[in-house]
Design a protein around this ligand. Sequence first.
Ligand code: CA
Length: 234
Amino acid sequence: MEQKKRVLIVEDEKSIVDILRFNLEKEGYAALTAYDGEAGLDQALKENPDLILLDVMLPKMNGFDVCRILREKGSSVPVIILTAREEETDKVLGLEIGADDYITKPFSMRELMARVKANIRRTAMQQSAGTEGAVQAGGGLTIDPDSYQVYKRDKPIDLTQREYELLTFLAGHPGKVYSRGDLMEQVWNYGYVGDDVRTVDVTVRRLREKIEDDPASPALILTRRGVGYYFAGQ
Ligand code: CA
């Protein structure tokens, strides 16, 4: 029997935890729970879940710090931030520190489950991806699909899963320009395009900071003004 995918819920409001757990279990996931930031970080490191739903305002340690520390420790687990505020700064900050996605409370359960599914499916696809050995992507970049490791002139680069997937998608179609909506659909697995295309811009910026010699003047991931992004390489 296939093992259930495990979702860690880090949230201090018990009523929200209960409804999340109920819906996750109904969809066939196993739910782990933590009610403060420190316990959430502990469980995330110890249990190595398949996805984390992470509240921002938490006792002991806030969600942004939990996510930042997880990334610093090299974890690439998909993280969806649950933010109570509509503020753009919150969303962008979450993405800057390495979250994969955010959803604003109060959220629709259907929407949240769609995102959980999209992020977990993405991980599963990666793990069953073909193994053709390392690929030279140009610009001194090497992508090793066996280990999901990217090297820049032989130096390993830490990418989150989403950054890795965006890079391999663009690098797999060099020169082809993709709109932010295309990328949302292809890389994020979302079948809609709304205000959230901002997510794409933040992820591209973060990726450039990691792989470009001069992020302000990129040579690998280029912008086609008014259209979208493409991989130049070489
Ligand atoms: Ca809270």
